[in-house]
Design a protein around this ligand. Structure first.
Ligand SMILES: [Zn+2]
Length: 143
């Protein structure tokens, strides 16, 4: 699928993936109720975890050549595999002068299917709505 509005832009040293994202940053900066804008803050949706290796028993496999027990190559003989954490980087976290912070993702054209899972997991983990905004005729609207 072709990317829409995917021109990168740099403002205040921050690189934004789209002009729309940069426009939203400028919009946030122009507001007088904003205390702090965090650009691209990172959040862990799922911690790293370990699973038992599915290709061996306790780190050992039978050698096809000799028939002897040898170290499993997949897990290095540990019997365990580590899965990396799942992280998500929303476009902005806004700390307001009053009230709880808001989390924003700016959508220029389309949302990919994966985004709905990311949004749900973020909200489950952080108990706060992830706001998705888009620009319609010069106004910022929630999707
Ligand atoms: Zn293994």
């Amino acid at each position: 699928m072709a990317k829409i509005n995917s021109v990168k832009t740099t403002i205040d040293g921050y690189e934004f993936d789209s002009l729309t994202e940069g426009e939203f940053y400028k919009h946030l900066k122009s507001r007088n109720d904003v205390l702090k804008i965090d650009v691209h803050p990172s959040f862990v949706l799922m911690n790293a975890f370990q699973i038992s290796c599915g290709r061996c028993t306790g780190g050992c496999v039978k050698s096809p050549k000799t028939g002897k027990q040898i170290k499993c190559k997949r897990c290095g003989g540990k019997g365990l595999i580590t899965r990396q954490p799942w992280t998500y980087t929303p476009d902005f976290r806004v700390i307001w002068k009053k009230g709880s912070p808001s989390y924003f993702d700016v959508k220029g054209g389309f949302k990919d299917a994966k985004f709905n899972y990311v949004k749900k997991m973020f909200e489950y983990r952080y108990c706060r709505e992830l706001l998705v905004v888009k620009q319609v005729k010069g106004e910022w609207k929630y999707m």
